[in-house]
Design a protein around this ligand. Structure first.
Ligand SMILES: Cc1cc2nc3c(=O)[nH]c(=O)nc-3n(C[C@H](O)[C@H](O)[C@H](O)COP(=O)(O)OP(=O)(O)OC[C@H]3O[C@@H](n4cnc5c(N)ncnc54)[C@H](O)[C@@H]3O)c2cc1C
Length: 389
């Protein structure tokens, strides 16, 4: 593969996941086709994108996260026309549940913000939750927060569509090429080196390395608090005792969730370990079984047949980091989407392409996502997540 490495490119993107691929696509759309994407593994096989569930929700507690969902949703609505691929949308809704007054207050604040932004959300009493979804235990709840227009896309179909279109636009993807260093001259990055000792010069380098983004930033001497958060998922056998069409149901206090997958279910297990381990823990299966039965008593009769592990790309405040550091003006970071990177990939690709080609961003105000916020101590915490870390 290294024999195909070009000596120079206008833009080198480190990471061929959904974020790097969306950026590559939008760059080519803006007429910048001299783009090389370097992927240490194979496209769609490793990294956060490979285990992603393809969910898009508008239910977030900050304006920037809601805006990114709305911008991306618009892209997904026109996806078939733009990419020639059906993104396989299933509008099943998202239902967050809580047992605590504190979290209920977060739902109320979120509802106010979403109403201001004209995005529909319903706050539900425990009894209303029980009436709508009789298979859910509701007596212990403080309430639920439901967005009916949210749902799921085919994540691999979407990734492949971005890659295919980016390639058609001139972007070159090189797989099994690991970037091992970043070369710097003054306040600029001048290229990258690979583990095999090749060098590629670049005008701009993008760090879209997902959970590895902190490691890649360190190659350039930057400290960046982005790393992996291990997440367990478990799959049940066919389970017909609850309806076929289900919202994504999330117990926000514990991070447990349940989603239909064919005639079975995906059950969200614990997260918390900050490592790249792929080991499926027995304790995690037990935790998941217990939480599942607590919320859906019928699941006592379900059989878990498989488990796997994925890795979120976590920041301390559960928001992405997009932009540059003042000491390296052409080293652009687009990572740390903290479990919402699939749904925010179209928005991220659009804004990063604008930043590179136009020198400024029109699509959204990305100032809240600036990477320097970590060292400034100006974090913008997102409490509405599919995990507890
Ligand atoms: C279990 C699970 C479920 C999820 N469900 C959803 C969901 O429903 N909706 C949603 O929006 N998000 C979801 N996410 C989050 C989503 O998957 C991520 O936010 C998104 O995939 C991040 O994409 P990325 O391109 O930044 O990272 P990645 O997909 O990890 O891509 C980064 C790539 O960079 C490569 N790389 C790293 N270092 C180097 C290097 N040195 N040289 C070359 N290449 C390198 C990696 O191999 C990797 O392929 C989920 C995540 C998990 C773990």
């Amino acid at each position: 593969m290294s024999s195909e490495l070009p000596p120079k490119a206008q833009v080198v993107i480190i990471g061929g996941g959904i974020i790097g691929s969306s950026i590559a696509y939008y760059l080519t759309q803006k007429g910048l086709s001299d783009v090389v994407v370097l992927e240490q593994g194979e496209i769609g096989v490793q990294g956060a994108t490979s285990t992603c569930l393809g969910g898009l929700r508008t239910q977030f507690s900050t304006a920037i996260n809601i805006s990114f969902s709305l911008i991306s949703r618009q892209v997904f609505q026109g996806f078939k026309n733009e990419f020639g691929v059906d993104p396989d949308f299933r509008p099943y809704g998202y239902l967050f549940l809580t047992t605590t007054r504190e979290q209920w207050a977060v739902f109320e604040n979120t509802s106010r913000l979403m109403t201001e932004m004209k995005v529909p959300l319903e706050l539900l009493t425990p009894q209303e939750v029980g009436q709508r979804w009789p298979f859910l235990r509701f007596e212990d709840l403080a309430g639920g927060s439901y967005t009916k227009d949210d749902g799921f896309y085919g994540s691999i179909e979407v990734l492949q569509a971005f890659v295919k279109k980016a390639r058609q636009g001139g972007a070159v993807y090189l797989e099994r090429v690991r970037v091992s260093d970043v070369s710097i001259s003054g306040k600029r990055v001048i290229g990258v080196s690979t583990a095999e000792g090749y060098e590629i010069r670049a005008d701009v380098v993008v760090n879209a390395a997902g959970p590895w983004a902190g490691q890649v930033a360190a190659f350039a001497g930057l400290e960046l608090p982005i790393g992996p958060l291990k997440r367990h998922l478990f799959f049940t056998d066919i389970f017909d005792e609850i309806p076929d069409v289900l919202p994504m149901v999330l117990d926000i206090d514990s991070g447990w969730y349940m989603k239909r997958e064919g005639r079975g279910l995906i059950l969200g297990g614990p997260a918390g370990e900050k490592s790249f381990s792929h080991h499926v823990d027995f304790d995690a299966k037990e935790w998941t079984a217990n939480k599942s039965i607590q919320r859906v008593p019928a699941l006592e009769r379900a059989r878990i047949i498989r488990g796997w592990v994925g890795h979120y790309e976590l920041t301390p405040d559960h928001h992405a980091a997009i932009g540059t550091f003042p000491e390296l003006e052409n080293f652009i970071l687009a990572a740390g989407f903290s479990g919402h990177g699939f749904q925010h990939a179209p928005a991220a690709g659009l804004v990063v392409a604008e930043l590179i080609v136009d020198g400024q961003v029109q699509t959204a105000d990305i100032h809240p996502l600036r990477p320097t916020r970590f060292r400034e101590g100006n974090l913008i915490y997102e409490p509405i997540c599919a995990f507890q870390d």
